[in-house]
Ligand binder design. Structure first.
Ligand SMILES: Cc1cc2nc3c(=O)[nH]c(=O)nc-3n(C[C@H](O)[C@H](O)[C@H](O)COP(=O)(O)OP(=O)(O)OC[C@H]3O[C@@H](n4cnc5c(N)ncnc54)[C@H](O)[C@@H]3O)c2cc1C
Length: 403
C-alpha cells in the first residue's frame, strides 16, 4: 500500500517520485525496463538552466556546448561563444540519478515491471504490474497513481479509450565513436540541420558526448498515424547519410541505435487528472512541439504536479484542475507559436525560404538571442529588432533610398 505509485521512470516520473519521497510520502516508482541503458533514447541536449532548476549533479553531464550551428541545404551559419551555454546529458545517468535520489529519500523503485491495468476499489487504486523477466504479475495499492509513461499515456487511458487528437513525430539516433580529429570538428557545439537536403519534414542533429562520442539523429513530423516501420526507415536513412557524407568518419563504430516517438496534443488538450490518476511529462504534451525539447518541461510538470499531489495526500483537497490551468497558462501561447513555426519550417518552406530565414537571424541576432528564442521561447528581443528593421526599411523607402 503506497500513497503514490508513479508509472514510468523517465525524467517526469523520476522527478515526481523524487519530489514526493523528499516530502515524506510513501512512493513507489515503476519502470518496465530493467535497466536505463535499454531505452537510452533521448539526445538530451539543453541549456544550463535545468541543472540548477532541478539541482542536478555534474556526474550526469555528457558534454558542454558553447556554439550553435545551423546547416541548411546550401550554407552553414554559426553562433559562437567563449563560454559554455548548455549541456548534452547522459540520459541514462539522468534517470538513474532521479531514481537513486528517490530511494535516498525513502522511496522505492521497481525496475523491470510493466504496468498492465488498474481498478478503482473504494478509495484506492489497485494496479497490476507484470514482471518482464519472470512473467509473473503482482498487485500494488495506492491512493493516487501518476501516469509518467510518456507519449503513450498508458495509465490515463485504457487501451480502447479515445485520446485527444495528436500530432505525431518520430526520431532515430545513432551514438557513434569516431576518430579524435573528427570529434574535434564537432566538440563543444550543437549542429542542427534544416532544409530538405539533410532533413525530412523535421530537423536533424549532431551533438557531442564524452571524448570521441557523437550523437547523430533525425526527427520527422507525421501527417497521419505513425507506422513505426516506415518511420524508422526515413529517419534512419537521413541519419546514415549525415554520418557518411557530413561527419565523414572513415572508421566509426556504432555504440547504440535508438529512437522514439512523440505524440503531442495541439493546444495541450490533454487530460491532466481523472479518477485518481494524474499525468505528467509527455503524457500531458509537456514537450515543445517545435524543437522536441522535452526533458526540462517533463520535469517542470513533475514539480507542479507534486505540489497538488502532496496537498491531496496531506489534506485530502483535490485541486488538480488548477494544475492543468497553471500549466496551460504558463505554456499554451508559447507552445502555440512553436506549433505554427514548426509547421512552416518543416512542411511548407522551400530550401530558399529556409536559407533566407536562417541568414536573416544570423545577420541580426547574437548567440544569446538565439538561445533565448530556440530554447527559452523568449522572443522580446527578436520582435523589437524586427519592428526596428521594419521602421528603418519604411524610412529608407519613403526617402526613395535602397534598404
Ligand atoms: C530521438 C529523441 C531525441 C530527443 N532529444 C531531446 C533533447 O535533445 N532534449 C530534450 O530536452 N528532449 C529530447 N527529447 C524528448 C525527451 O526525451 C522527452 O520529452 C522526455 O524524455 C519525456 O519525459 P517523460 O518522462 O514524460 O517520458 P519518457 O522519457 O518517455 O519516459 C516514460 C517512461 O515510462 C516507461 N513506461 C512506458 N510504459 C510503461 C508501462 N506500461 N509500465 C512501466 N513503465 C512504462 C518507459 O519505459 C519510459 O522509461 C527527445 C526525444 C526523442 C524521441
Amino acid at each position: 500500500m503506497y500513497d503514490i505509485v508513479v508509472i514510468g521512470a523517465g525524467p517526469a516520473g523520476g522527478q515526481t517520485a523524487r519530489n514526493l519521497a523528499k516530502r515524506g510520502h510513501k512512493v513507489l516508482l515503476v519502470e518496465r525496463y530493467k535497466d536505463f541503458s535499454e531505452n537510452d533514447f533521448s539526445s538530451a541536449g539543453m541549456t544550463l538552466e535545468p541543472l540548477e532548476e532541478f539541482d542536478l549533479p555534474n556526474s550526469i553531464i555528457g558534454s558542454y556546448w558553447n556554439d550553435l550551428e545551423i546547416q541548411c541545404s546550401q550554407y552553414k551559419y554559426s553562433w559562437k561563444s567563449t563560454k559554455p551555454k548548455g549541456v548534452v546529458l547522459d540520459f541514462k545517468k539522468l534517470r538513474q540519478y532521479l531514481a537513486d535520489d528517490c530511494v535516498q529519500h525513502g522511496g522505492e523503485v521497481l525496475m523491470g515491471y510493466k504496468y498492465i491495468s488498474k481498478e478503482i476499489i473504494d478509495s484506492h487504486v489497485v494496479l497490476t504490474l507484470f514482471n518482464t523477466k519472470t512473467s509473473k504479475s503482482i498487485q500494488v495499492k495506492a491512493t493516487l497513481v501518476v501516469d509518467a509513461t510518456g507519449p503513450l499515456r498508458k495509465v490515463m487511458f485504457d487501451d480502447k479509450e479515445a485520446q485527444p487528437k495528436m500530432v505525431l513525430g518520430s526520431g532515430t539516433e545513432y551514438v557513434i565513436e569516431v576518430e579524435q580529429e573528427v570529434y574535434d570538428k564537432f566538440k563543444e557545439k550543437l549542429v542542427f540541420f534544416l532544409g530538405h537536403k539533410w532533413a525530412i519534414k523535421g530537423y536533424s542533429w549532431i551533438f557531442p558526448m564524452e571524448n570521441r562520442v557523437l550523437k547523430v539523429g533525425a526527427g520527422k513530423t507525421h501527417i497521419k498515424s505513425v507506422d513505426q516501420e516506415k518511420t524508422n526507415a526515413t529517419t534512419k536513412i537521413i541519419t546514415e547519410k549525415i554520418i557518411e557524407e557530413y561527419v565523414q568518419s572513415k572508421n566509426y563504430k556504432i555504440i547504440d541505435k535508438h529512437g522514439g516517438i512523440l505524440r503531442y496534443s495541439p493546444g495541450i488538450k490533454d487530460r491532466f487528472y481523472h479518477n485518481r490518476v494524474i499525468a505528467v511529462g509527455d503524457s500531458v504534451s509537456a514537450i515543445n512541439p517545435r524543437g522536441g525539447e522535452g526533458i526540462r518541461y517533463a520535469m517542470q510538470t513533475a514539480d507542479l504536479a507534486s505540489e497538488y499531489i502532496s496537498e491531496y495526500i496531506t489534506t485530502g483537497k483535490t485541486n488538480f484542475s488548477n494544475y492543468r490551468k497553471r500549466w496551460r497558462k504558463k505554456k499554451l501561447l508559447k507552445w502555440r507559436l512553436s506549433e505554427f513555426s514548426a509547421r512552416r519550417m518543416y512542411s511548407r518552406y522551400s530550401d530558399i525560404q529556409i536559407e533566407n530565414r536562417v541568414s536573416f537571424f544570423h545577420k541580426n541576432f547574437s548567440t544569446d538571442d538565439m538561445i533565448q528564442s530556440l530554447f527559452n521561447f523568449k522572443y522580446n528581443k527578436m520582435f523589437t529588432r524586427i519592428v526596428q528593421l521594419m521602421f528603418l526599411k519604411t524610412s529608407y523607402l519613403l526617402k526613395g533610398q535602397k534598404f
